[in-house]
Design a binder for this molecule. Sequence first.
Ligand SMILES: Cc1ncc(COP(=O)(O)O)c(C=O)c1O
Length: 410
Amino acid sequence: MISRSDCEAMDASDKLAPLRSEFSLNPGEIYLDGNSLGPVSKNVGVRVNEVINDQWAKGLVRSWSAAGWMAAPLTIGAKLAPLIGAKANEVLVADTLTFAIAKLVGGALRLRPDRNIVLTDVANFHSDIYIINEVAKWAGRPIEVRTINRNNLAQELNENVALVEFTQVDYRMGEMLDMKSITKMVHDAGALMMWDFAHSTGAVPLDVEGCDVDFAAGCGYKYLNGGPGAPAFMYIREKWQNVIENPIPGWLGHARPFDFELGYEAALGMQAFVTSSPSILALAALDGALDIWSKTTIAEVRTKSLALTDLFIALVEERLPGVFEVVTPREHKKRGSQVALRHVESYAIVQALIERGVICDFRDPDICRLGFTPLYLGFVDVYDAVERLVDVMNSKVYDDPRFKVRNSIT
Ligand SMILES: Cc1ncc(COP(=O)(O)O)c(C=O)c1O
């Protein structure tokens, strides 16, 4: 039996425990939804206030250059780059994730003009599938988008496949895909590989350089804690920069934006994928949120993340044997930083948990999704969350009709 005092001992020897004080968390609440929206940290407020009160209020329009606003997509991209194993000049922060995917997929399709198939995962996040289908229509040639079972990739690859786009950690099940072997398989077939890192960045170690990834994108509001609707990032491997074209060009991706020329000439490097004015307040929030990474490393975070999810799975199996199916892989190398539990009453269970201060979410049709962010969660939090889950299940409180009314946001 795992006891609460075992968990207290784990917290006492946890090197990351002091980082919790950087975040604003509600007393008594256990936040297991950082995989949806990360909480706010101290430096976010500091940076945003600085931008408002000094740069905007006093510097006004001068701040576009004096405060580095114009360069912010690239400077904040460089700050984020180590988290994905990229070089500083390979990452840009702008737009939101669906737009970033649109730009990269549109650009990638022009790099393989003699091929006409895009493969994506049938279990992918729906926004990826919608935007890939739409962008395929702009390609100037007929493109077939195939939503495949990702386990059948080897059979689906052929000499007509231009691009494969997968999400590296499955948003629903929490399964992590092997980026290196999949990227290699795709390259061996002559296609390009693009990864969606929405549930990976800040959660698991990533090595885009070592895995030879062509393109990637991820969002800033989950494990990066950049705030609701925070800007996304795009990664373009150096060898593709100045080769790939931004299919949504705008003045700020122009080589000379302030010459106001009518003809488009792309800027060099990642700047070409900046389309329009950077969203400075949102970038400031993300910039402040990224400061936490100067106090830890993704390797430390990963070690603790696996310990937290191992503990959660062990406690659920010990305290609630046979009640849930744990659908997230047990194998560490296949697990992201979340645990998905399957139960026919998942929706109502999640609502009852939220009422008891365990904030998590539901994913259709029958998944309770619980995210574990080592920056601010401890082992006692995991223990207490399971205690509250045991109470919900044993009392069958989830049968109360008020927990079964579906909200539009789950
Ligand atoms: C895997 C994945 N891809 C894409 C998106 C869409 O992100 P955005 O709303 O920033 O476009 C999400 C959002 O949660 C996601 O989880």
